[in-house]
Design a protein. Structure first.
Length: 684
């Protein structure tokens, strides 16, 4: 039986990418899953066999799609990707690793390893297979991130703080164990008839030890909190910077829920690591100290305790994977519920307009029920496992006490030694319990970190490299062709030229590629064929920083943030009052602010509609025009503004930005304002 490489999908649309990842791992290759998603053009609708084959060929495979009548055909080699139609109507990809006359052995991205009766498989299979064999060296990216690597670097950076935590834990452990001998030493002194002064000395000494223990515990907690704060600062800064440097195409293919989930996973990963780190350090030291102490008190009781702990560890190990899978399932159902809830709350206005409140509540409640069922199932299993653990623990303590009583009866142990032994047991058994409880958490930490590392491995936009200055450029587009899915061409061999400082209207029917061309000029999309040149130099020869600094792009889906109108326009820049008033005049914002008592200090709520669509667009345009750019691209930027006001704003732009190149996209009739019109349908 070949080893089945399981790659679980993050959501419904990932099955194709996960199948590729499984085959890559089978042949010893590795490509980050997020990269596979990008290479297969995975979007909200998933991917296709065409894109899977194209990606596999790029990773060093000879891949073809075939229509097979018999899965047992000797010409079919495994592993192979099969396309199936599920009973719920959804289309799905799985990897077949082995098939015989009775069973088919699958890697299902939704379920993991699956052994299916061949007839059951044939009922859902639509006879489409993707066969892949290695042709060259299989692509293998370096796994840049690991749990040990990432957190190891952070701990090395804060090594002195780390050392302080270890030292305080050692001191705390010593004080804790010494404190447990207070009762035994005090009673022994009384039984031996020691003087009152000596007994008082013992009491004061142990009281001082107690005070030191409280202070050291406070210092240890302070150091741990300080370390957590430093880890939070560095991890979240790195993560947020990575998010905002990712290509726009990557972000557009992810839901808000997915991004929020990654942030939650980062927080959970950090918290779990901190918990594991603190538990391991403190409890390992405690375990070591307790072992030495217990062995010195009585070796027979100690070995019985070791036997009980071994049984406890075995039970913990046996159930750790069960707990891990249940935790993972619980998190997935919670994520699905949160994503659905966020999306439907955002749609609240549309839901009420359609009078579909009950239908959407029913949809949300279904997700809620799945989440609650998963949570109840998880808690029920936890309860059973805790029952077994408590049984072992309580029976174990009973056996130790019984053996201790027997040893006292035989004269091999003193009563005070048994009392001390039972007191110190807690400092061995409790850390062991915590370490056992960490096992499923560690598995979850690995799973969460795997998702995070895939996300962080996604290549960011490189701002540097290439020409740094873009001086009054003439724009020339030559044989420009682009497809979002590598199959359907949005634009095909488009040619046109725009001189520096020219004001150009880009027109054409919906779907003709106007916005696509604008985004390609701004370099916010992926690779294309053909060429875009600035002053006879390819756009690709310029650094991304030069492009973004010298080209302004404003689309119709721009957003405002919660804050005042002034804050939204200035947007954290150092802008003079004169410049601020100028752009407000250009965009005719007087009408907006005159209707509001707080004028430019009026609060805009990003989640509430306290501005009309046209008002928002004018504020967004004012914000954009504060950028010093040589080329201005307005892509349906005033689509919700009435045509008369749009023409007035255009006149203002022509006046104030006469030395800038303007590319304007609109569906409204403003052709009389432009001396040059580029009609896309006529450019092929």
């Amino acid at each position: 039986m070949p080893k089945i490489e399981v790659v679980k999908q993050r959501d419904l649309k990932d099955c194709g990418a996960c199948c590729i990842e499984s085959i890559l791992k089978y042949y010893g290759g590795y490509v980050p899953l997020e990269k596979v998603r990008d290479d297969t053009c995975t979007n909200m609708n998933g991917t296709t066999a065409f894109h899977i084959i194209k990606a596999l060929c790029g990773y060093g495979f000879d891949a073809i799609g075939v229509k097979a009548e018999n899965i047992l055909d000797e010409n079919i080699y495994f592993p192979a990707i099969a396309h199936v139609q599920l009973t719920n109507g959804l289309q799905h990809f799985v990897v077949i690793y082995k098939a015989n006359e009775k069973y088919v052995y699958l890697m299902d991205p939704a379920k993991g390893k699956v052994k299916m009766l061949i007839q059951e498989f044939l009922n859902i299979w639509d006879n489409i297979l993707i066969l892949a064999t290695p042709s060259n060296n299989i692509l293998r990216y370096t796994k840049e991130l690991s749990i040990v690597g990432l957190f190891g670097k952070l701990l090395i950076k804060h090594k002195y703080l780390f050392l302080k935590i270890i030292i305080t834990n050692i001191v705390l452990m010593l004080l804790t164990i010494i404190g447990n001998f207070y009762f035994q030493i005090s009673i022994s002194c009384i039984q031996e008839g020691q003087e009152a002064k000596f007994i008082k000395f013992i009491v004061i000494l142990f009281f001082i030890i107690l005070l030191f223990k409280i202070i050291i515990n406070y210092i240890k907690t302070y150091y741990l909190n300080y370390l957590n704060k430093n880890l939070d600062t560095e991890l979240f800064s790195m993560f947020l910077e990575h998010i905002f440097k990712l290509p726009l195409k990557f972000i557009q293919n992810r839901t808000t829920g997915e991004i929020v989930t990654r942030i939650d996973e980062l927080s959970n990963t950090k918290n779990l690591f901190s918990e594991i780190f603190a538990t391991l350090i403190l409890n390992t030291i405690l375990i070591f100290g307790a072992i030495v102490t217990l062995f010195l008190i009585n070796s027979k009781l100690f070995f019985l305790l070791c036997f009980i702990i071994i049984i406890y560890l075995i039970v913990g190990l046996l159930f750790s994977k069960v707990i891990y899978h249940k935790v993972k399932e619980n998190i997935e159902t919670t994520t699905n519920f949160n994503t659905t809830l966020i999306e439907n709350v955002d749609m609240n206005f549309s839901i009420k307009n359609l009078n579909l409140v009950r239908e959407f509540i029913y949809r949300i409640e279904n997700k809620l029920i799945l989440m609650l069922k998963s949570n109840f199932s998880f808690m029920s299993i936890l309860n059973i496992i805790e029952l077994l653990k408590n049984f072992i623990y309580e029976v174990g303590l009973f056996m130790i006490t019984t053996l201790g009583i027997y040893l006292i009866y035989k004269g091999e142990l003193e009563l005070l030694s048994l009392v001390t032994f039972n007191s110190v047991i807690l400092y061995l058994f409790n850390p062991v319990k915590k370490l056992v409880d960490l096992m499923p958490k560690y598995n979850y930490l690995k799973a969460s970190f795997s998702k995070l590392s895939e996300f962080l491995a996604t290549e960011i936009e490189k701002e540097q490299g290439g020409l740094k200055h873009l001086i009054d450029p003439n724009i020339e587009v030559k044989d420009l062709t682009y497809s979002y899915d590598l199959f359907n061409k949005i634009i095909n061999k488009v040619n046109f030229a725009i001189k520096s400082k020219e004001k150009v209207l880009l027109s054409g029917p919906s779907g003709s590629g106007k916005s696509t061309i604008c985004k390609l000029i701004y370099r916010s999309l992926g690779t294309y064929s053909g060429n875009i040149e600035f002053n006879n130099t390819s756009e690709c020869d310029y650094s991304l920083k030069a492009i973004r600094e010298n080209i302004l792009y404003v689309g119709q889906n721009e957003k405002l943030f919660t804050g005042t109108i002034r804050e939204n326009i200035i947007c954290f820049r150092n802008i003079s009052d004169e410049k601020f008033k100028q752009v407000c005049k250009i965009c005719k914002l007087e009408e907006i602010i005159n209707k509001r008592p707080n004028r430019y200090n009026t609060i805009i709520n990003a989640s509430l509609n306290n501005l009309s669509g046209g008002e928002k667009q004018r504020i967004i345009l004012a914000r954009a025009l504060l950028k010093k750019a040589k080329i201005i691209i307005l892509d349906e930027a005033l689509s919700e503004v009435n045509v008369n006001m749009e023409k007035e704003i255009l006149d203002n732009i022509f006046t104030y930005f006469k030395n800038n190149t303007l590319i304007y996209v609109t569906h409204k009739n403003v052709e009389d304002k432009f001396t040059k019109i580029i009609r896309l349908g006529e450019l092929c």
